[in-house]
Design a protein around this ligand. Structure first.
Ligand code: FAD
Length: 357
């Protein structure tokens, strides 16, 4: 069976590794002249990374204790689930090397510009036939467009800052309405941290000033798009989408790597029956519609509500310490009115915590 994968990002490479484990040698087409990371904060739960048939450990910059959820007033609660911050370009190159060693082929400088039912055309005029085509070509996917699918994208901005991160043991998400509609994040590596936001650089700069990070040296400045609309159509006949091309990032966390790792196992298991791939993904927690709600719901709270949520949850460790006694929420009458919203956010958080962000 000739399986052609378009895109040598995480989705394409992880799928290629899973195919090779099943004895199928794919051809991966990548438009770039080298395998390289796009803008990313490089975080992934350790549990997810361990499911790839590849040793990711040498490419991990830091293993952190989990996620710290920070509310106005610096009240924090914790998700104590180990996560890694990768050196993503090196990680992708390590996987590409492994694919070649195992008999897969990666063709660089191969921009797919046209598709029909049986083959692909490259920018240099070459035509390549396929039996199964996997579109792993990122948020602005040509293959998705060919299938008539369009995703809603959110823009994200990010700096890598030089920073003494020795005392930072968690990735941080900040829930604070002053910084637009998304929540800023800080992912510490060794000697640097990836600091980003859903939104523009002006908003990110105001977050840096607020955190006292605005004097740090900027090592890298990057921006990119994340499909935040949830998983849509995945398959037509012998063509399947995966990763950002399939709008797979978790809409609650915007993390794209864990859904790719889960979906690629499902895809390869069902490579002879792509309809079953679509059905299985749609039944997986990664496609749960509740994940679509928290970002907007959180932003519907006032700053005072967010501060009160922070106080209510202060010090709480999800899945470890007993739940804060609900009765104590009576101290915050405006939150009492919004218990159903809090419950939705909590449910999405539990799903995300369970299968990894
Ligand atoms: C600022 C930012 C921070 C993020 N942080 C995190 C994070 O910390 N953790 C996390 O889990 N997720 C994060 N994400 C999301 C994550 O980066 C993506 O979900 C992930 O990269 C998707 O992988 P992919 O392989 O589907 O697509 P991509 O990484 O976009 O790879 C697609 C590949 O396809 C190639 N390609 C595209 N078109 C063609 C074509 N026509 N022909 C040939 N090749 C083509 C591209 O060159 C590219 O190499 C972040 C995203 C952004 C923007």
């Amino acid at each position: 069976m000739k399986v052609v994968i378009v895109g040598a990002g995480p989705a394409g490479l992880i799928t290629a590794l899973n195919l090779l484990q099943r004895g199928i040698r794919p051809l991966v087409l990548e438009k770039g002249v080298e395998v390289k990371s796009k803008a990313c904060s490089e975080g992934c739960s350790l549990q997810s990374l361990q499911q790839i048939p590849f040793r990711s450990e040498p490419y991990i910059s830091r293993v952190l204790k989990g996620a710290k959820l920070v509310f106005p007033g610096d009240y924090a609660s914790f998700v104590p689930k180990e996560c890694a911050v990768l050196d993503r370009t090196d990680w992708l190159r390590g996987m590409a090397e492994d694919i070649r060693l195992k008999g897969g082929e990666i063709k660089l400088d191969s921009d797919v510009v046209d598709i029909d039912e049986h083959g692909l055309s490259l920018g240099n005029g070459e035509h390549i036939a396929y039996r199964v085509l996997i579109g792993a070509d990122g948020p602005d996917s040509l293959i998705a467009r060919y299938l008539g699918i369009k995703h809603k994208l959110v823009a994200a901005s990010q700096y890598q800052l030089a920073l003494d991160t020795s005392g930072m043991d968690y990735i941080e998400f900040h829930f604070d309405k002053r910084f637009g509609c998304g929540y800023p994040w800080i992912f510490p590596k060794v000697g640097v941290a990836n600091v980003g936001i859903e939104g523009d650089f002006d908003t990110l700069d105001s977050f840096l000033r607020y955190r006292g990070l605005d004097k740090q040296t900027v090592v890298k400045k990057e921006s990119g798009f994340i499909p935040g609309s949830g998983i849509g159509k995945l398959v037509r006949q012998n063509i399947a989408l995966i990763g950002d091309a399939a709008a797979m990032p978790n809409p609650t966390s915007l993390g794209g790597l864990t859904p790719i790792i889960c979906a690629s196992q499902i895809l390869v298991r069902n490579i002879d029956n792509l309809a079953a791939y679509e059905a299985e993904v749609k039944n997986h927690p990664m496609a749960n519609p509740v994940l679509l709600k928290p970002r907007q719901t959180l932003m519907s709270f006032s700053s005072q509500d967010l501060a009160n949520i922070g106080k209510f949850l202060a010090g709480f460790e999800y899945g470890v310490k007993p739940h804060p006694q609900l009765i104590k929420i009576a101290k915050y009458p405006s939150l009492l009115m919004k218990l159903h919203k809090l419950r939705t956010i909590y449910r999405a958080g539990i799903i995300t915590e369970d299968y990894g962000w």
